[in-house]
Design a protein around this ligand. Structure first.
Ligand code: ADP
Ligand code: MG
Length: 616
């Protein structure tokens, strides 16, 4: 037998690697927009058709490319942005790996038109399956226009994995917004199927934020601005009274790059401590600028997670800057502003970046990652350092099946096992109800008592009710006396478009007026009057931040969000009649014993068990 191990042909290897960079239309959008920013454009237009599945085109007025560069740009590891290893420690461009165009060319049909100011004629290039199939001179405006058609036309598995147009469009808008917020001095426009969704004139950071998040934000923002030798922080935070019950608009930019950081998010929350309710979240758009040598952008394939050389300092600065801003606007007592003395005294704060530190950087993991062969493929998210543990600490645990892992899983299994034996099939005959700590209900029965968790039990009831509504029968609607207008941002509107059919089944009646603004005409019966608008806004927020678990369909997520949102919360007083209804409703459920997220809804204490407890 001959050997079975062989090298993958290029076109396959390309597709595998491309998967890392281009996962969906939005990832291509991000890369193309960033290239336009790197090219020094002052105007950038994004055009998409069918949520990027049919076409993604980015037109910029940046510096353009020479014909030679235009033909080589699609090669893997072709980049003009770094030349030597030292450059890696001072990255000031968005891209630097030279992978994006190669990845794009591997999974779509690409056309490029580009011209530099110094060239009379521009250049036209057509690429398919990673090969330049046509190149010729042409007339062209200064700048670059890249269009990619039929994304994943040659990778059907990936194409089939794409979500609905509305869902993919939402991802595209997220990426667009992030790049646009990071670069307010650049004009941006986004057209979807020929219709302009965003038209963002160049302006200040504040103007850009208001353009994107809506006019109502103007009055809600407090300015943050601190400059030190080590780093600058500027941007805006929402006043404490605008904090929301769900993670709202939270953006961090480091050296004009959007990043996700649970760690820095914690710093912001810590600064708001005591000013907002424990279970609510502040909005913020914060721009951090510091020596590029102090950040490692190369720890994650999408460059959305970065590592600070000294994250403790950054944490302390962010927290202090926000406390200071809140104090200046007399929102918090100014005494609160203090920079931890330990940190103030650190060399890194008081002294500039030295050549010693630079030497240390050369021996870092970043250096190693880039000196290895095929470096791009070796950049592993696992090199994420401590950030990872922070993340898992602060991210809400997701679904029932998450709970099934580890110790919690074992407990649950024991719980379920002990439960199925004596599962209550009928509604128990309850003699008396007693509420404890406004959270639990004790319902005494002939044989003992039930300890019911009011919120979890109600979530189960609502979950089954809404599930039924979306799956077979329409839930009743209570008509609103007056239509209630919803003021939504563009991206929230797109999300609502997507959710509308299912919302209708649950009992919502929402329509568009002549100005294409949404009006609530009716709500599910359990939504209290006066709360209609808030309920829908909360729902949109919760839906957006539902863990991106692919296991759940959109419907399932919606039903789960609704059930959680409308449930009687812990801490709510209940009278006897309400408790009786809750317990009765619970026992007509198909699965009364477990909440939608997998926790027990009640525990039964029976006579003989109680006796055992007392060793009798
Ligand atoms: P990277 O951005 O990491 O360098 P890319 O694959 O995204 O890699 O792009 C490869 C090269 O093509 C860039 O380094 C740049 O020189 C050139 N390029 C790409 N897009 C543009 C553009 N819009 N304008 C000018 N040059 C561009
Ligand atoms: Mg790039």
């Amino acid at each position: 037998m001959s050997n079975t191990i062989h090298l993958l042909p290029d076109h396959i290897a390309n597709q595998i690697a491309a998967g890392e960079v281009i996962q969906r239309p939005a990832s291509a959008v991000k890369e193309l927009l960033e290239n336009a920013v790197d090219a020094g454009a002052t105007q950038i237009q994004l055009l998409v058709n069918d949520a990027g599945k049919a076409l993604i085109q980015v037109i910029d007025n940046g510096k353009g490319m020479s014909p030679e560069d235009a033909s080589i740009a699609f090669e893997r590891h072709a980049t003009s942005k770094i030349r030597q290893i030292e450059d890696l420690f001072r990255i000031s461009t968005m891209g630097f790996r030279g992978e994006a165009l190669a990845s794009v060319a591997a999974v779509s049909q690409v056309e490029l038109k580009t011209r530099r100011a110094e060239d009379e004629l521009g250049c036209w290039v057509e690429v398919e399956n990673s090969k330049v199939i046509r190149q010729e001179a042409c007339t062209a405006a200064v700048g670059t226009s890249i269009s990619m058609k039929n994304l994943f036309f040659n990778v059907p598995a990936r194409r089939n994995f794409l979500k609905s147009n509305a869902a993919e469009m939402r991802h595209i808008m997220d990426e667009f917004i992030r790049v646009a917020m990071a670069n307010p001095a650049i004009f941006f426009s986004l057209k979807s199927n020929g219709q302009e969704v965003y038209h963002l004139e160049a302006g200040s950071r504040k103007q850009r934020i208001v353009q994107i998040l809506g006019n109502s934000y103007n009055a809600k923002l407090v300015t943050v601005s601190e400059e030190t030798d080590y780093m600058n922080i500027s941007g805006f935070i929402g006043k404490p009274d605008t904090a929301r019950k769900t993670r709202g608009d939270q953006y961090f930019f480091v050296n004009n790059r959007f990043i996700k950081s649970a760690y820095l998010n914690h710093a912001v929350n810590a600064a708001f401590e005591g000013l907002i309710a424990k279970d609510s979240f502040p909005s913020y758009v914060l721009y951090i600028d510091l020596d590029p040598g102090q950040v490692d952008i190369n720890v994650h394939p999408t460059k959305q997670e970065i590592k600070f050389e000294d994250e403790k300092i950054v944490y302390a600065f962010v927290q202090a800057a926000i406390k200071h801003a809140l104090a200046q606007f007399s929102i918090a007592p100014s005494l609160d502003f203090s920079l931890n003395a330990d940190i103030q005294g650190l060399d890194a704060v008081s002294k500039p970046f030295t050549s010693n530190q630079k030497d240390a950087a050369v021996s870092s993991s970043l250096y190693k990652a880039f000196t290895q062969k095929h470096q791009a493929h070796l950049i592993e998210p696992s090199a994420k350092s401590e950030l990872k543990s922070w993340k898992s600490f602060f991210e809400p645990s997701g679904s029932a099946s998450d709970l099934l892992g580890g110790d919690a899983g074992k407990e649950k299994q024991i719980f379920e096992e002990s439960f199925t034996g004596n599962r209550l099939l009928n509604v128990p005959v309850v003699q008396q109800y007693l509420q404890v700590q406004q959270t639990y209900i004790i319902a005494t029965t002939e044989k003992g008592f039930l300890l019911v968790h009011q919120q979890l039990a109600h979530e189960r009831i609502l979950y089954e009710k809404y599930s039924q509504a979306v799956h077979n029968k329409q839930a009743p609607t209570q008509k609103s006396l007056f239509p209630i207008p919803l003021e939504l941002t563009v991206s929230d509107k797109v999300l609502l478009d997507e959710l509308l059919p299912d919302l209708q089944l649950i009992g919502y009646q929402i329509e568009k007026d002549e100005q294409q603004e949404y009006l609530i005409q009716g709500t599910p019966a359990d939504i209290t009057t006066g709360n209609e608008k808030h309920a829908i806004e909360m729902l949109i927020e919760q839906f957006k931040h539902f863990s991106s678990d692919v296991k759940f369909s959109q419907r399932e997520k919606l039903v789960r969000c609704m059930a959680k949102q409308q449930s009687i919360k812990s801490g709510t007083g209940m009278d006897e009649r309400e408790m009786a209804k809750l317990v009765n409703d619970l026992f007509v459920c198909n699965t009364p014993n477990i909440s939608p997220s997998g926790s027990p809804t009640f525990i039964e204490y029976k006579g003989n068990y109680l006796e055992q407890l007392f060793n009798k």
